[in-house]
Design a protein around this ligand. Sequence first.
Ligand code: 4NP
Length: 160
Amino acid sequence: MKKVSVCFVCLGNICRSPTAEAVMRRLVDEAGLSARVLVDSAGTGNWHAGEAPDERAQRAGGQRGYDLAPLRARQIAGADFGRFDLIVAMDDANVSALQAVCPAAERDKIRLLMEFAPGSDARVVADPYFGGDRGFEMVLDQCEAACAGLLAALRTQLAD
Ligand code: 4NP
């Protein structure tokens, strides 16, 4: 049985990428694919390693039925580039930071999340950390749209 693995990456792994992880996990569960699609997240930085997601991300996610509380931040590690089939970044700074530590042979695995929501005007998922609650709602909207597109792309890969 074919499997596929995805790691979402942002800067701190406390706002955007854990939100994407929770959104994707629910879509994968609803599709009955949890044994075939592995979902994880990480940050390019290590400042928040070991912490639960930002309270604002937990609250906004909770209002849509996502439980972010059990997640814990971690920094992306060299081994992740071999372990995961796709490394899905939120913004251009994440992509640059990933490219700087990714072995050349694995660079094609690094993608932007919003590539999977071609109907959206946004190219990137903006950092909500220094803004208000509206930013966290936007992150959720973007993650819901793009993760649906990502799951569709993964289904094709699983069927190949
Ligand atoms: P994230 O948001 O990358 O979406 O988890 C941030 C979290 C923390 C910081 C910046 C962005 N920070 O500067 O500590």
